[in-house]
Design a protein around this ligand. Sequence first.
Ligand SMILES: [Mg+2]
Length: 323
Amino acid sequence: MSKGEFERIADYFAPLAAKFGGAYGLTDDAATIAPGTGRTLVVTTDTIVESVHFIGDETADLIARKLLRVSLSDVAAMGAVPRAYLLNIALRRELSDTWLERFVAGLRQDQEEYNIHLIGGDSVSTSGPIVLTATMFGEVEEGRALRRSGAGPGDGVFVSGTLGDGVLGLRAAKGDLSEAKQDTVAALADRYRLPRPRTALGPSLAGIATAAADVSDGLIADLGHIADASAVGARIEFERLPLSDEARQIVMDRSELLAMAATGGDDYELVFTAPEEKIATLLENWSGVSVTRIGTITADSSVRAVDAHGETLLFPRIGFRHA
Ligand SMILES: [Mg+2]
């Protein structure tokens, strides 16, 4: 048995909106957001579908947190600070209140972690799979939103954190890395299930980076988007790609998986371009996630990775495709 629409909003969702003035306790027809003076709103939306984007064995709190984090990653890639979100959910009629309670607990946990607030949304019943949409609002100083189109020849190419954990984590979560150590498998699966959007780094790059994107489709694909939008190319030094200790352990035994660091999706790191000296100034006082220079923007239009001997490595440019 489940609660009616109004009861659900009052019991589960209104408390998530209590601290945001413009949400009006979810009792008005719409919410209002006032960006600070000289600031502009950034907005992005993501939808996930049961058995397409989550494999079915995740707990509802993890599903909620991943939903928010994927959008938080896009807001960070624009150089913006996240503030509030709308939530649209289509839930199967027979879904229990326990599932919804756990879903809401996940939302609450990440609201606190990222200082964001629910400000509205909609919920409907469906006989089909669960469909969840989050629309995230952030803000950035006017004119300073990071675009994909500003990279110029000679700019360094940088990435945050480590690459390949998302796609190796998906394999781990599916049980495909059973030969690996258990804690390695657990750490990678966790990286897949719970991305770490770079919400501190992104806003720090506003006014410094010339272009940015988050790594959701895979480094080569997402850097390709920057290259296309900027009408430039890029040269990546493959041996510089930062790997986590866990990913390193996996690829030591199975070197065919190494290419996944360049092409795998779901990392939710930031890839960005900037003049070297500007980044050096930022990093002098930076204590957050690691930032690694992996290559250089070129005037020609190809995105290529080279090995330690300068030989070009071939990767399919398609990257990771969501099913
Ligand atoms: Mg993105």
